[in-house]
Design a protein around this ligand. Sequence first.
Ligand code: FES
Ligand code: FES
Length: 924
Amino acid sequence: MSTTEKTTVSFILNDIPQTLSVNPLRRFSDVLREDLGLTGTKVGCDAGDCGACTILVDGEQRYACLTAVGQLEGHSARTVEGLAKNGDLTALQLAFLDEGAAQCGICTPGMLMAAQSLLDRTPNPTEPQVLDALGGVLCRCTGYTKIVEAVLKAGQTSASEATPPSGSAVGSRMVKVDGKQKLTGEEIFSADHAPEYSLWLRAIRSPHPRAKFTLAHPEKVLNKYPGIVKILTADDVTGNNGFGIYPHIKDQPVLAKDHVRFRGEAVVALVGERDAVESVSEEDLGLTWEPLEAIRGWDAALSGKLEPVQAEIPDNILAEGLLKKNDVEKAFAESYAVAEGNWTTSAVEHGYIEPEAGYARKVGQRLEIFVCTQSPYMDQTEVAQVLGIELEQIRIIPSAVGGAFGGKLDLSVQPLVALAAWILERPVRCIYTRPESLASTTKRHPVQMRAKAGCTRDGMLTAYEYHGDFNTGAYASWGPTVADRVPIHCSGPYFVPNVFAKTRALLTNESPSGAFRGFGTPQAAIANDALLDELAEKVGMDALDFRIKNALRKGDRTPTNQLLENSVGQLECLESLKGRWDSWRKEAEVFNQKNTKLKRGVGCGSAWYGCGNTSLSNPSTIRVGINGEGKLTLYNGAMDIGQGANTIMVQICADALGLPASQFEYVMGDTDLTADAGKTSASRQAFVSGKATQLAGEHLRAQIIHLAEAAENATLRLEQKGISGSGEIIVADETGEHVIVLADILPQTNGDVLTGEGAFDPPTTPLDENRQGSPYATYGFGAHIAEVEVDIMLGTTKVLRLAAAHDVGKTINPTLVEGQIHGGVAQGLGLALMEEYVQCVSENLHDYLLPTVGDMPEIEVILIEDPEPLGPYGAKGIGEHALIPTAPAILGGIKHATGISIRHVPATPDRVFTALQKAGKNNG
Ligand code: FES
Ligand code: FES
């Protein structure tokens, strides 16, 4: 049968009989989404690797992407849309909502269906049964912990607060304001929606890391494939054919001209009917390649033997970072003990389950772009300069974001669909395939590090030296930021009087490295914690006691000589772990005495991380408005990428205003409707946009109090149909009730009658030539301990349990903070043990290993609250902090278990086995 031939297929779908005239070979996931409009079933890979498309067929789990629609004939299928009845969530869905089991929500439909298949057979499953049932579905956000808890608790009473009363939203376990739609399939992600009759866009990408190319006969394609409307090349770019994060670096072409610098770089974009764009081959286009020798890795970048990656940067050194505090050489010479070493870490893929997607359409002389993004306002600026049009002509409408972690800060589909839609004056959509997403988007920087630390006889740190070469790939992306941030953070959350750090971001012909949860700090922490362990051993101290002794405290100065005056909870984090540390270490020793093949060990990792941009203005503006009907809307420009910004901003605003969180509606990230709240990165939204939100709520409250001529401490009540028949605010104080009839107030252009606005830009100072100054207004702190079990004969490592202590200033929502920490642990575990992106080898989710539910340890979260006076109700960030300590803790555990220090990360079984073999520890 040809791929276009149709036949009739009859089956039951969510209890409703269906008869379709369809090609029976088509993927059922595609038929569900594109023909039936049931976009609740997600597609993360189209290859049976991610489980996002899990549905039930005759009650059994099935990947819809690997199911041909013809196989449904005579069978019964159920999708996430078939769970809730008449808007009432099932017990399982309610448990997901209560537990906070859906973060971004892109894996949630697949998770729910996998869990439902188990619960249908086994209403009260055991934990191993749950792990078994969920084993085929990947989640990159949650660390699985809350998902497993939700399945185990399905049907039990909730501990969460759907509607905390007025004045008590902050600190409550309020369920996510966007939680329900993530559980029913109603949430609209980037691939879930496009205008009718949108054209499709497919980029043709380089199969070579470095090559020249020519395009011989695009016109033949247009003749051969009438469905092709346009073949876009670099010559079609109407503005600047270059984009990038920094105003002075726009080095990555939208479409390469004549030559490519990395495998996966876009050279041509085909636009037209879907079948046509998917059918055209490179041969059709007459695309010919002249491969050139590529610069791969650090040594090649610095050797000078090949033409530089970018002609303007002859030494391939894109950026350098430096920090110098006092005299490390003298301090090392006077130190009692010194430890040093070299480490290498690998490229790591963000692994969000939602591949990049979106559409653009021209509306009058403006362009609307619907896309998954972490940074709508940056997208707006970038697309405007690529098209050569005014900023105001671009509207970014963010979709729900199915995971990001830094990877959706850079442009992906935006300039391509924008250019096509602008030129063709027709809507154009694009959905990256998983291999395309893996090949073309940024990675965590691979790094080669050399570090050295010294201490006194009684274990006080004296000096720290760090050199890091970060492989930033073919284009800048966030390379300069990584090179800048790492020197500040590389000596960890410890007081060190003498520090020298030097970093370089090196250009190579590899995938561009960009922002990924921590901006290089997680890699540097691996070296730092290993050195602290070694120093502790040299002076005969317990490794945790050594850290406690050196932990940064209030009144200490950081490596940039910044005085820490407030909210420095590192000591409390470490001390909170002490009891567990001692008992876990003892238990591991007892275990090891009885076992020869399996060895257990416990390690510790630490984190500190400045919230926000480094020594740069970093403002957020948030608005809240009420219209004449009493509709209360939070205009939130702080993108929720799964972490819960939508929810915590409502919680903060509710308490600042004095109304219940349940009365809020919200708009997220739409550049026409919200003010610029900056990008969702660098753990800044809770702190920076959270403060702006608090100020916005207080601003609106002040206006209401003023209008009512009421006392400051008055209570507010919002009624959408008051006695007047319109929206009313009833303001009560000891003099009585004052009624504001909202319809009596002249509306503003957006229809609101009252608007509160808050803006916050955290105070920092510029850094001098030695990078001395105050780069961040506040820092978050944390420490993890991990117990691991190493199979000496196989080299495999299993993380058994992990305790994570974090100083978050103030917990706005414990459920969401715990979720961030669980997810950070999972990503840290992947960094430590399994994740390694290699071009050509791991360009799919089968060969690129992400942690599954079975890889996760038991995680205990300890929240420390040392309030930050600048933050909203004392809160600071947690996004990056949650990941940083995990890999060092795991690697420290391997060292404790086996005596070997793994210096090339991830500690894959082959690397651990080889290291053990070299040390003579597994030779029988
Ligand atoms: S989309 Fe089907 S398994 Fe990933
Ligand atoms: S919530 Fe699972 S991938 Fe985001």
